[in-house]
Design a protein around this ligand. Structure first.
Ligand SMILES: Nc1ncnc2c1ncn2[C@@H]1O[C@H](COP(=O)(O)OP(=O)(O)OP(=O)(O)O)[C@@H](O)[C@H]1O
Ligand SMILES: [Mg+2]
Length: 367
């Protein structure tokens, strides 16, 4: 440790190392003990649209926007040893996503921090685009489900109206009959309204964690999709061994499970089986929660097992699949649910296992 007045610059290094650092594609800068940037390489300055002189002397926090000050401050105070993602702001106010690693080093007896940054903006934007696409695809699915759920009560309401009118024309209409039909129409409309409520629950724009019972979450999904499954003669069996709530981002887990259930439905629609089945099991063991979605539609050919998680891999005809369901599911699990997904073929079909590591649970909660 030496006098702090001296700012260490890359140029204090051996001139070959200095020119090497400047020619790297990776952005780099040095920070002193007061967290002030003492030097940057060309790439870092270019990415942010500043000159080196404009950056030197600033802190990293001064290079971000209001939205990200808190996370950049937290990062600077305690940089994770395996790196982290941060968002900085360019001179013309654009956001740039970086993956940053920090190393404490001593050069010429000066203790400094060396920051290395990879620009991941492109990947981030592509992923946000995929997530939006996947959500849109799922909305399309849900509108389909609503249409299915509504068909039966709509037909029933329409038939009741015709019956009332005919009874009236034949002078057979009694007040008892009017009451009966009216309450039937009210019940049917109530069912339709419930479908909309269920749908709204899925599309609420929130990612917060909440306390959820897995069987409630599955019931909500099936209340939307059950008519569609019935129409395709698909039977569903749910066996839940987890009778306490998990504290997790509900919407994200729903997104994953709907992807898996609609995939099973699609596979079963293509299959020739007499008895079509989706079996869902939940289990909690050694702080690991597992949710298995199995079907008996023939499984996944070995040569596709790796590919199915790649973006845009689909075997469905155009318009029926975009190939991002499983890619997004794996990503959501990894990034938002501390989880993973595995697939195997068993019992004449595909078995997808959603694994959540150490989810927060409340074993004392009762329904
Ligand atoms: N349960 C399953 N049984 C058999 N094959 C499956 C099953 N689930 C997924 N697959 C295969 O994996 C591919 C990729 O699935 P994924 O959910 O990522 O995309 P998709 O369903 O084709 O389209 P999208 O979900 O974007 O509408 C499917 O096209 C299908 O070939
Ligand atoms: Mg899918």
């Amino acid at each position: 440790m030496q006098n702090k007045e001296h700012l260490l610059h890359f140029s204090d290094l051996n001139s070959e190392i200095f020119s090497l650092l400047n020619s790297l594609q990776e952005a780099l800068f040095l920070c002193d003990e007061q967290q002030k940037i003492s030097d940057v390489n060309d790439i870092f300055a270019q990415l942010l649209g500043y000159t080196k002189e404009q950056i030197i002397g600033k802190t990293l926090v001064e290079l971000t926007d209001d939205e990200n000050i808190a996370s950049v401050t937290a990062f600077c105070q305690n940089p994770p040893s395996n790196g982290a993602e941060i968002i900085l702001q360019t001179k013309d106010l654009q956001q740039v996503y970086f993956f940053v690693k920090v190393k404490n080093i001593t050069i010429n007896n000066y203790d400094v921090k060396l920051f290395t940054l990879s620009d991941i903006t492109k990947i981030k934007i592509e992923n946000q685009h995929l997530l939006r696409q996947s959500k849109l695809a799922q909305m399309g699915e849900m509108i389909n489900m609503i249409a299915h759920q509504w068909r039966q009560p709509l037909n029933a309401i329409s038939a009741s109206a015709i019956k009332l009118s005919m009874q009236n024309q034949l002078d057979l209409l009694t007040s008892k009959e009017v009451e009966k039909t009216s309450s039937f129409i009210q019940d049917s409309a109530q069912k339709m309204s419930q479908t909309i409520n269920d749908f709204m629950n899925f599309t609420k724009p929130k990612q917060e964690k909440e306390s959820i019972f897995l069987d409630d979450l599955l019931n909500e999904i099936f209340s939307l999709i059950e008519n569609q499954l019935k129409d395709h003669n698909i039977e569903v069996e749910v066996s839940s061994e987890v009778d306490f709530p998990l504290y997790i981002p509900k919407q994200e887990l729903q997104h994953v499970l709907i992807n898996l259930i609609t995939n099973a439905r699609d596979a079963l629609n293509e299959a020739q089986q007499e008895e079509k089945k989706i079996i869902i099991k939940t289990n909690f063991n050694n702080n690991i929660c597992t949710i298995t979605v199995e079907d008996n539609a023939g499984g996944i050919p070995d040569e596709h097992k790796e590919q199915i998680f790649e973006p845009y891999f689909t075997t469905k005809e155009q318009g029926k699949g975009t190939g991002i369901g499983l890619y997004m599911s794996r990503k959501i699990l990894k990034e938002l649910l501390n989880g993973e997904i595995a697939v195997s073929n068993k019992n004449g079909g595909a078995s997808f296992e959603v694994i959540l590591h150490n989810p927060k649970v409340d074993k004392d909660a009762v329904k």
